[in-house]
Design a protein around this ligand. Structure first.
Ligand code: SAM
Length: 282
């Protein structure tokens, strides 16, 4: 008998994944955690029934959320990753020799445990000597963080529902801006450009509560809702995204063979479609 897993997007849309095995089913204090084997995308992590990452396309999300801000920052030494319990963002950040310290602040220990067991490659950097794992709420962590001490904060969160909701609030983005040094950079996952207007407008408005300069960027992830995803980079000092650190990019690409990003895309990802611009800014 064929088994299919369906992710529902709102009332009228579903994506189905032919499932060859169910490896883990758990329920934590915050959410359900499932790991399945799919025929088309390999192993897949789901939280509360929503696709978080798959072996086949996780590289897009993780390269985009980590290298774009890291290569737009002059010297990314001290970094906080909020969420990101699968470890993929940490794995990519560790490819930058400038990085001295990463704090991974993930609310749900079950996500970290199940990813270290079922996604050893994605989670390969979690136990690195430059990484500190802090199991706790990212909203509280940033509110209490010492001001002006961080180079980069990455918000690798679930959607703005449940435990992830507070990570999309104006107060949260203000607390991130406060913890960053004057030339500090924040980047967050900011949902699909095809999502309904109000959520995209709300994210953009709330990021503006903490940051003067905002740079949304987009990419393609086949297993994410509607296949197109966005991230938002922000800073309180203007950034010239065409002038990212090319020498460091070339070194990174030579040493790690990036699978999604290339020199053109490093600035090309900021060329966003009109319908998306309109949704966020009108
Ligand atoms: N790439 C995924 C996406 O865009 O949907 C995100 C992956 S990562 C697994 C998301 C993580 O954020 C989850 O492990 C979840 O537990 C964590 N998370 C949600 N709310 C959080 C909070 N308030 N503080 C810290 N981590 C949180």
């Amino acid at each position: 008998m064929e088994v299919w897993y369906y992710e529902q997007y709102g009332e009228d849309l579903k994506a189905g994944f032919k499932t060859t095995d169910i490896l883990f089913r758990g329920k934590s204090e915050y959410q359900t955690v499932d790991v399945i084997e799919t025929a088309a995308y390999g192993r897949m992590l789901l939280l509360d029934g929503l696709v978080m990452c798959t072996d086949k396309d996780e590289f897009v999300y993780h390269e985009m959320i980590s290298h774009v801000p890291a290569l737009n920052h002059p010297k990314p030494e001290k970094i906080v990753v909020i969420g990101g319990g699968d470890g993929g963002t940490v794995r990519e950040l560790l490819k930058h020799p400038e990085v001295k310290e990463i704090v991974l602040c993930e609310i749900d220990g079950m996500v970290v445990e199940s990813c270290e067991k079922y996604f050893p490659e994605i989670a390969s950097g979690i136990r690195d000597s430059r990484v500190k794992v802090n199991i706790g709420d990212g909203v509280a962590y940033m509110m209490e963080h010492a001001p002006g001490t961080l180079d980069i904060v990455l918000v690798d969160s679930t959607d703005p529902i449940g435990p992830g909701e507070g990570l999309f609030s104006g107060d949260f983005y203000r607390s991130v801006a406060r913890a960053l040094k004057p030339d500090g950079i924040m980047a967050c996952q900011s949902e699909s450009p095809w999502h309904d207007d109000p959520i995209l407008k709300r994210i953009y408005k709330n990021v503006s509560a903490g940051f003067k300069h905002i740079y949304p960027y987009v990419g393609s992830i086949p297993t994410y809702p509607k296949g197109m995803w966005s991230w938002t980079m922000a800073s309180n000092q203007p950034l010239d995204v065409k002038k990212f650190d090319l020498e460091r990019f070339k070194k990174l690409d030579r040493s790690t063979e990036l699978k999604y990003l290339n020199e053109e895309l490093m600035s090309g990802v900021f060329a966003i479609p009109n319908f998306f611009k309109k949704k966020m800014m009108s």
